[in-house]
Ligand binder design. Structure first.
Ligand code: GDP
Length: 338
């Protein structure tokens, strides 16, 4: 009897405590299972743009924008739109400007993706062809970082101009990179253009000077000048490019166009890159290469918005005919839909 009382007490206590303990354990386990996901969501997906449903994530900018605005329009929506543009490589300054203007124009009931499409086409401006005026020798300087597709673009452009009936010369003023001259020589033959080159390490200005004289003597219509493209952050390169331009002018020609070749994959440092080249040689147009790949080249919107430089051509492959005049509407359509 002395033992029976404590045993009963223990049994009663167990009966009362057991469901509570089980529930606690279950709660503990369920929160362990859900917490990491909740934490993942709130940490990773803090920005409004990331609150877009998964089904829309793989889709183009247009679908993402509609999904973003589908949840109602607040300050977060506009911040989300800015975020989406930055992710499309539009760059923070241009993205901020664009969103500021859209915010003023937006009215309830308007399709925000259509509004954005029109705004982006407006940022890119009228499509302008290459300006090679006059009866005299026109000079096109081509600049850009190594690997951007500069040599290939020169070859394609030469081919295009030759096909239009122009007499074209090339100046191999990238005397720095091994094989640059040989590569350009192959393109000159392919395009039916004349080339002026010197040995590797020669003064790029001297090559340009000779090329102007030789192109003028041959009665060429256009001279395309290749230039070195080692890192744009290197001041000597920028000095060299300015010098090449001065020498061309000293030789009696005028630089009609200075084209900056940019790879469509160039991320947001593309604006700094373009600014450095523009300061050295006053870039008049961009050629956006490798648009046949998956990259959409959003960086040119930032370059246009911040530096005012239009896109002249897009490269759509490695072949001689894979250079097309830029079509801003087609470009924006691709950015919005893919
Ligand atoms: P550079 O160093 O700037 O002169 O660059 P290159 O002209 O040598 O090009 C670098 C690489 O990009 C080469 O393999 C080219 O064939 C390739 N390339 C250039 N433009 C395009 C393009 O529009 N599309 C594709 N797919 N490849 C390109």
């Amino acid at each position: 009897m002395q033992l029976v009382v404590p045993i009963v007490v223990v049994l009663v206590l167990l009966a009362v405590a057991a469901p509570v303990l089980v529930t606690r354990r279950r709660r503990g386990r369920s929160s362990e299972l859900t917490r990491p996901r909740e934490e993942e969501d709130t940490h990773d997906d803090a920005s409004p743009a990331r609150q877009i449903p998964d089904t829309v994530r793989g889709q183009g900018l247009g679908a993402r924008v509609r999904a973003l605005f589908g949840a109602g329009v607040s300050d977060d929506t506009w911040a989300g739109l800015e975020d989406l543009l930055i992710r499309a490589d539009v760059g923070p300054v241009a993205a901020g400007d664009i969103v500021g203007r859209l915010r003023e124009d937006y009215r309830l009931g308007v399709d925000p993706s259509e509004l954005l499409r029109d705004e982006l086409v407006g940022v890119l401006g009228e499509d302008e062809p290459l300006r090679l005026d006059g009866d005299e020798l026109a000079v096109v300087m081509v600049v850009g970082v190594n690997g951007s597709g500069k040599t290939t673009t020169i070859g394609k452009l030469a081919r295009r101009l030759v096909t239009e009936g122009k007499k074209v010369s090339l100046a191999a003023s990238d005397t720095f990179r091994a094989a640059a001259g040989e590569q350009l020589d192959v393109w000159a033959r392919r395009a039916g253009a004349h080339i002026v080159a010197q040995d590797r390490g020669a003064d790029p200005g001297a090559v340009a000077f000779d090329a102007v004289k030789s192109a003028s003597a041959r009665g060429a219509d256009v001279l395309i000048v290749d230039t070195a493209g080692r890192l744009h952050t290197k001041q000597p390169l920028m000095d060299e490019l300015s010098k090449v331009k001065r020498v061309i002018e000293k030789a009696g020609a005028r630089v009609d166009e200075t084209l900056l070749v940019m790879d469509a994959q160039t991320g947001q440092n593309g604006v700094a890159q373009a600014r450095a080249f523009t300061e050295a040689v006053e870039v008049t147009g961009v050629v956006l290469t490798k648009m046949d790949g998956s990259a959409k080249g959003g960086i040119v919107l930032a370059v246009r918005e911040e530096l005012g430089v239009p896109v002249r051509f897009v490269g759509v492959g490695e072949g001689a005919d894979d250079l097309q005049p830029f079509d801003s509407r087609a470009f924006v359509d691709r950015l919005m839909s893919e």
